[in-house]
Design a protein around this ligand. Sequence first.
Ligand code: IPM
Ligand code: MG
Length: 350
Amino acid sequence: MKICVLPGDGIGPEIMAEAVRVIQALDLKFELEEGLLGGAAVDATGDPYPEATRKLAREADAVLLGAVGGPKWDSLPREQRPERGLLGIRKDLGLFANLRPAILYPELANASTLKPEVVSGLDILIVRELTGDIYFGQPRGIENRDGERYGFNTMHYTESEIRRIGRVAFEAARKRNKRLCSVDKMNVLETTQLWRDVMTELAPEYPDVELTHMLVDNAAMQLVRAPKQFDVMVTGNMFGDILSDEASMLTGSIGMLPSASLDANNKGLYEPSHGSAPDIAGKGVANPLATILSAAMMLRYTFNNEAAAARVETAVKKVLAQGYRTGDIYEPGTTKVGTKQMGDAVLAAL
Ligand code: IPM
Ligand code: MG
């Protein structure tokens, strides 16, 4: 069982160190191998997804990623930016199914900017298609046309791409509260009319799941108005990017949220939902819990080890109950700790 560990940039190496300690403490005979992705890889090789990392990632059963990006690399040509490394590894490994849970831990109810009654008990899963849509569509570019600059991108989906992400979402809903909301913009965009049609065609195969449809602008509004109406949401790459950030902030603590990106065989890349937080990098104050919880998702989805996954999640809940908080989730009356102390607390709880 081989895990490719990619600490990445910014706070990535600090939070990854804690997740690695947790994995090692489980004593499950994993083989861990470290590689470079993002800005760290650009600095070392000039390529945000270098050949050596590609090889490592392809050979591994799972990839655990910290975070990539930072202002240092923002002015580089597009193909050398850290984000390109992330998009590259997603596409290369065929990780089309992105699962982004947004869960509000009862201990952190005050962290949300929304009223407690609107968000208490919140437990949503966003299923985002990750290797298609306008993100990867050709043609694309910025050109000179008729004496001015012209920018263009292409949104497209094949029905098989929609069907396979639809199936992942229906299956996920089946294991939860059996409600699936598919999000599109069929009133304007043909691609998403096809999206709605294909989702509707799939529904009879999952009679136990209630399928509804919502336009993306309304979905964005409903997420802040009454988020608990949702169980599982499924949508395309771009809408999913936006809605998953919105959903994560309902919990007020993006530092707590893990994510999984899976291929058709449950090989996966696991990463926290938050970014590389360059402003606090190297200070030892970042919250490692989202990365630790990402490792738990890895145990569940790729290694099929529900017991170990639950053990890690229970340990995280325990440290929250004990009152340990990193700066991002701190409130008076709790114990403020740094990255490493939070890792220590999780290890002790394990
Ligand atoms: C995300 C990020 C990425 C995306 C960026 C960094 C390319 O925002 O994982 O949501 O847009 O997919
Ligand atoms: Mg995003």
